[in-house]
Ligand binder design. Structure first.
Ligand SMILES: [Zn+2]
Ligand SMILES: [Zn+2]
Length: 170
């Protein structure tokens, strides 16, 4: 318990102030003790080992699923275009991670072509090819879309040159 002795010539008020300060200090210490009591043994260990444990973790060989030696680049051939393409070790690892059972059947080009095809690709219409006049040079040209009424249509060359010109000036 907090205790102060009144010094010679000290006023009661001053002694009380000292007493209060001491009580507060003791309360703080009590608080700290109370809190530390509530720290579980594991917490205490962890609190003590901060920093050190990080270093230990870094030195310990991390158990990763990455086993590069298991996979080697393989050459597969595309079922669509028969082009040979490389199925890289990294991609094989990715497949293994995702538990994909089937090897890739198509080269990147054919895969992206298939992916780009809209749903219901089996019923997809023939590509729209409209013969029209170029709005810039008047040459007859084919466009892969149906031109909207009133909208200018350009042949490939004019379209390209306009695109490049636009990119420079804007
Ligand atoms: Zn292909
Ligand atoms: Zn043109």
């Amino acid at each position: 318990m907090a205790e102060v002795k009144i010094q010679e010539g000290e006023s009661i008020e001053s002694a009380l102030r000292r007493f209060k300060r001491k009580v507060q200090q003791e309360d703080i210490i009590k608080d700290i003790k109370k809190h530390s009591f509530y720290l579980k043994p594991g917490d205490k260990l962890r609190a003590n080992g901060i920093g050190r444990s990080c270093g230990a973790n870094r030195n310990r060989p991390t158990p990763t699923r990455w086993r590069p030696m298991e996979f080697q680049d393989r050459i597969l051939s595309c079922v669509d275009c028969a082009t040979e393409f490389i199925w890289t070790a990294g991609e094989q690892q990715f497949f293994a991670d995702k538990n994909f059972k089937n090897e890739p059947k198509r080269c990147k080009g054919c895969k992206s072509k298939r992916a780009a095809r809209p749903a219901g690709a089996g019923m997809s219409r023939e590509r729209v090819e409209t013969v029209t006049m170029c709005s810039a040079c008047g040459k007859e040209t084919t466009v892969p879309f149906k031109p909207t009424q009133g909208r200018p249509v350009f042949c490939k060359e004019c379209f390209q040159s306009r695109k490049f010109a636009g990119a420079g000036s804007v």
